[in-house]
Ligand binder design. Structure first.
Ligand code: NAI
Length: 384
């Protein structure tokens, strides 16, 4: 089948198997070009198939020579529809890791469920004995808790409705987004999905099963960003969930004597999850323009290689709140001043000049295996 991108709103409903594999290989090549460091050797990555989790898995496998067990929630192909990008990414990663002599297995299912936690524990027991690092990189729209309750997260403000500029992804125009305030119940539900309860559950289950090593590091990801995005992110419903994630990191540190828990504050990047947030994609395009002009732009793999091979190699480098700041280059004064100025000035007419629209779309297509150099998109490919 010849696979073409089919973009609907902020998602592409097809994925290219060869392009996804190339994308993974390019990320591996980047990590291999960095100096290797001593680090954990058996790593569990929860949310391992796309975005930051995939890049984390690649960074630890090829930067630490670590064996990895990944958990993800992806769809296989049914022969007519392509699989999701994360499915092809994971298969390509496993192939490359095995070629390099590294253990790599993946479990495709709902990480929030008890069944998947048990499958992971059984796999660790059978294959690895213990793990010495747990990376928690889930981004999910909903969660079913073990008692059967279903919770959905929302991307809304807290307190008052908020209006600001946004990029309409279907035609690259700039309009106003009106973001409603979340109800108390919606905030609670968002915390249930994107907060830290399930991270603690994972650590408890792994600890109870005796599959945590003598010294374990765990890390989860968050975003803070500039004032423009505060109402929708840091102070919005997702921000409330992230505050719960920070508290959960403290709880993990207190509860498990053998575990050191961290929060890494990552850079705003195009991923399947961030594309869905209003206001944020416009900020990302303005940010990319400035960071590329100053030569400090990073994608997921550059961020995660810097996190694991630099900031977390040895004693982790943290700020006064204990956070590992991967957004240091994004938040630099000169970058933020230029972005804020352009934020005020940007309109549908000048957006192509002020913002890196092409860069945004390239990264967007790349996530689904499209527009990758060296891939023949006119060729028939096996989508299974
Ligand atoms: P993503 O959408 O690319 O990746 C999400 C991962 O979670 C995928 O591997 C997916 O298969 C997995 N997943 C989702 N639901 C699952 C379930 N029920 N069971 C098992 N696996 C499941 O998202 P992204 O952006 O990489 O996000 C990862 C983390 O990084 C999130 O905590 C996010 O808030 C954080 N972050 C993202 C930033 C961004 O700009 N994209 C910036 C800073 C932090």
């Amino acid at each position: 089948m010849v696979v073409e991108p089919r973009v609907k709103d902020y998602i592409c409903t097809t994925a290219h198997p060869v392009g996804c594999a190339e994308n993974v290989k390019n990320q591996i090549k980047y990590v291999k070009a960095q100096p290797k460091v001593e680090g954990p050797k058996k790593v569990l990555v929860i949310g391992a198939s796309t975005g930051y989790g995939l890049a984390s898995r690649i960074a630890v496998a090829f930067g630490y020579d670590a064996d990895t067990l990944g958990v993800m929630f992806e769809k296989e192909s049914n022969g007519r529809r392509t699989a999701t990008a994360g499915f092809y990414n994971t298969r390509a990663f496993e192939e490359e890791a095995k070629k390099a002599g590294l253990y790599a297995k993946s479990i495709n299912g709902d990480a929030f469920s008890l069944e998947i936690k048990q499958q992971v524990i059984d796999t660790i027991k059978a294959d690895l004995g213990t793990v010495d690092m747990v990376i928690y990189s889930l981004a999910a729209p909903r969660r079913v808790t073990p008692d059967g309750h279903k919770y959905s997260s929302v991307l809304k403000t807290v307190g008052e409705e908020y209006s600001n500029k946004t990029l309409v992804l279907k035609d690259n125009t700039v309009t106003m987004a009106h973001i409603p305030a979340a109800t108390e119940e919606e905030i609670e539900n968002t915390i249930k999905v994107m907060g830290g309860e399930d991270w603690i559950d994972w650590m408890q289950a792994l600890s109870d099963a005796g599959v945590l090593a003598e010294h374990v590091t765990t890390v989860a990801y968050s975003y803070i960003g500039p004032k423009i995005t505060f109402p929708i992110y840091a102070e919005g419903s997702i921000g409330m969930a992230k505050k719960d994630l920070y508290r959960s990191s403290d709880i993990i540190n207190e509860k498990f004597a053998n575990v050191t828990s961290y929060i890494a504050i990552n850079k705003a990047l195009v991923t399947q999850s961030s594309a869905a947030i209003p206001v944020v994609p416009l900020y990302i395009t303005l940010l990319y323009k400035q960071m590329k002009a100053k030569g400090v732009h990073e994608g997921c793999i550059e961020q995660m290689a810097r996190l694991f091979l630099d900031k977390m190699a040895g004693e982790a480098e943290t700020d006064e709140n204990g956070f590992i700041r991967m957004d240091d280059w994004e938040m630099a004064d000169d970058i933020q001043e230029a972005v804020a100025k352009n934020w005020d000035a940007v309109t549908s007419e000048n957006v192509k000049e002020l913002a890196d629209i092409d860069g945004y779309w390239d990264e967007f297509y790349n996530m689904f295996g499209f527009k990758i150099d060296g891939v023949d998109y006119s060729a028939d490919v096996d989508i299974m």
